[in-house]
Every structure is written in C-alpha cells, then in structure tokens.
Design a protein around this ligand. Sequence first.
Ligand code: RFL
Ligand code: PHB
Length: 407
Amino acid sequence: MTQRRESRTQVGIVGAGPAGLVLAKLLDLAGVEAVVLEARDRGYVEARVRAGVLEAPTVELLREMGVAGRLEREGMPHTGISLRFAEAPGAPAQDHRIDFADLVGTGITVYGQQEVVKDLLADRVDDAGLPVEFGVADLALHDVDSDAPSITWTDADGADRVLHCDVIAGCDGFHGVSRPLVAPDIAERVYPFSWLGVLAKAAPTTDELVYAHHDDGFALYSMRSPEVTRLYVQVPNDTDPSDWSDARIWDALHTRLACDGFTINEGEFIEKPSVTPMRSMVASPMRRGRLFLAGDAAHIVPPTGAKGMNLAIADVRVLADAVVRALREGDDAGLAAYSDTCLRRVWRAEHFSWFMTSMLHRFDPATEGGDAFGVGLQRSQLRYTVTSRAAATSLAENYVGLPHGAV
Ligand code: RFL
Ligand code: PHB
C-alpha cells in the first residue's frame, strides 16, 4: 500500500457551502489556518441554485468580513413581503403587505446563495490563494474524541491524503459524513408536500416576494435579478418533475398567484425544474469531541421561512469565535457552549419556518391540517397576521432575522 501524503492545519473544514466558506473566511481574518475539503468540483458548487434571501444580520456580517462588494452592487434590498390569500373560499385573492421597514426598521436582501459562494471562493482561492480542495472522494473523519483528530480522503488526482488538525468542522450538508459520527438525537418533521422550483429568464413584475395561499396549493413569487424570476409551486411528495410541462407550471403559477392587477412575465426556464422535499430536522448536540457540526449538517428547515443559509452562517460565526478563543487563548469555554448557543437560534428558526409552512400550504382535506377545523385555524392565522400589528411585527422580526446572539 502506498503511504498517504500527510499535511497539517489548525481547522479541517468539510464542505464548501456557505457554512464552510464563511467559517474559513472568519478564521482567516482571525489568523487561524484552515483547509476546506469539498466533494464536488468548483463549477458545480458555484452553479447550485438554492437560497435567495439574506437576513439583515447575514448581510451585516458579510459586510464586516469584507466580502460584500458585489452583494452591495447587485443584491436587491427589500423592505417587505406580501401574503396573498382570499378572504373566503372562491373569493378573489388580495395582497397584504408586511412592511418590514415600518415594523422593525430593517429588511432583507435578495441575492442568490450561489453568488455568495462565488464571492467567497473568489476571495479565498483567487485573491488570497488559500486552500480549498475540490473533488475529494471517500472522505473519513478519525479520532474526533482525541486532541489530534484527522481527515483522510482520496484527492482529485487519485492520491491518498491525510490532514491532521486541532478541530474539525462538519459543514458537509444534510447528506454529509459528519452527522452520523456525532450520532446525535434527531428531532424531525416531514411535511406531506414538496416544492417544484423554476428559474425563468423573465423580468420580475413586483419589487418584493409574494407568498400565496391558494386552494390549489401554495405558490411563491421570488426573483434573482432584474432579468430573472424564481418561482415555486407546492406539489405532492414524490412528484416527478417531468410530469410538469412548462405550460402546466405556468398555468399553476397564474392560477395560484392570481390577484387583481398582478401579471406574471413568462420566460424560458434557465435550468430544469427541480423538486425539493420539505422537512424540519434538528440534531443535538452539534458536537462530538473535536468535531463540530454546522449548517445543514446539523439542521434542516423547510424553505418557507428562507432561513437555511442564514442559520448556517449564524452557526459558523459562533464556531469561529469559539475556535479562535480555544486555539489562541487555550480557553475551551466557547467550544463547550457551542451546541447550546447555536440550538437556541436554530429552534427559533425551526418554529418560524414551521409556522410559515403550516400557515401557507394546502393540506390534504382527509388529514388533520386540511380538515374543516385545520382550514379554519389557517384562515384565522392568516387574517390575524395581516391585521394585528403585533402579529405582523412577530413575522417581520423573525423574517429579517433576529440579531446574532439575541436568542
Ligand atoms: P450545503 O450548501 O449543502 O454545503 C455542504 C457542502 O458539503 C459538500 N459535501 C462534502 N464535501 C466533502 N466530503 C463529503 N463527504 C461531503 N458531503 C457533502 C457538499 O458538496 C456541499 O458543497 O450546506 P451549508 O453550507 O450548511 O448551507 C446550507 C444551505 O445550503 C441551505 O440551508 C439553503 O440552501 C436552504 N435554503 C434557503 N436558505 C435561506 O437562508 N434562504 C432561502 O431563501 C432558502 N431557500 C433553500 C431555499 C434550499 C432549497 N433547496 C434546494 C434545498 C430554497 C430551496 C429550494
Ligand atoms: C428563493 O428566492 O429561492 C426563496 C425565497 C424565499 C423563500 C424560499 C426561497 O422563502
């Protein structure tokens, strides 16, 4: 057997998504060395279309990190969203604007997750020449209960490698190798529907996102730029996207988003429609020994609250502070508190995402959520949210993101 090529760093980061790349940048700013290991190639990671909404505290952090130049030029600041629904079954739908600026004095920024990832990779790899290894295979974590953990993998050239480190950050998403090793308790909900998402080459017709509750199912009108619209429709679980022709998708969008004076610009789909299952999941604790989980590796939220990427970034902010304190000052208190600190914000986001999901989707009438009682509760919650300033403020402060450290 050939010998593994050995190297050493302070923090081994598994995964080059938002969690891994923001962590790498925060550590670099504090003078802590890290190596990022990513299973996919750079082109794939940069092209993966996912989230679009950045909370105010996320934008603030990216700005402080010095990686928000393009975000400031191209990101679209929004100061509200619309909830669209009919007062009674069969009645025409109406828009109810939740005015974030008025209610909580701030807003969100619409800027694609893959643009955040591109900016962070350009900063780390192209500008700073710091290590991100793409195309790693058979990655495994070792001795995480000791002070000398390590990571092994086969690199893109087929060479066997080992990285010795002080700390490992498992930022490898929902399907990664880190979470099974921690063997945490899992709290979970799987929802009885999914989202079919499309990206269309069409100018958005509104300045803000529209969340529509409709008898046929939920629909979301979002965007990526002045030329690109991002749209979602609720579909049954296990939907095969090939059963949804372009015409069927546009038809569903026109029906579910119908509202007096509202039009939708159609346009060519830039990529194939995809189906995202909806689930909530929290793994606790988010730590085993010297291995720390962050982002989707530790928790999943349904996308209705637009929280996933923001939570991933909030986690690694806590982790970076804790790691710097441990490695520079020999004080492990931050590492010891990491899981509990993160889980407070995680559960707030889980509740908000569950609340938005439950309020806005159509449930099967044969089930508890969709029977006459369930529909009555849903309608009451929608009306209360848009007529009570207190209820609207609660939605607004959760949507724009509670300040880091506030929960
Ligand atoms: P990621 O982005 O999944 O990155 C994990 C990385 O780890 C790599 N990896 C491995 N690398 C090496 N070895 C292994 N064994 C590995 N296994 C995996 C993967 O290739 C990948 O590059 O996790 P991270 O960094 O925690 O970031 C989480 C976010 O990506 C996710 O929460 C959001 O996309 C969720 N989300 C949204 N979040 C928001 O904040 N706002 C939104 O508006 C929003 N909308 C969405 C969303 C997610 C969606 N989908 C498709 C799931 C809308 C949708 C439709
Ligand atoms: C998106 O633009 O992709 C998006 C926006 C808001 C959400 C989820 C996804 O709640």
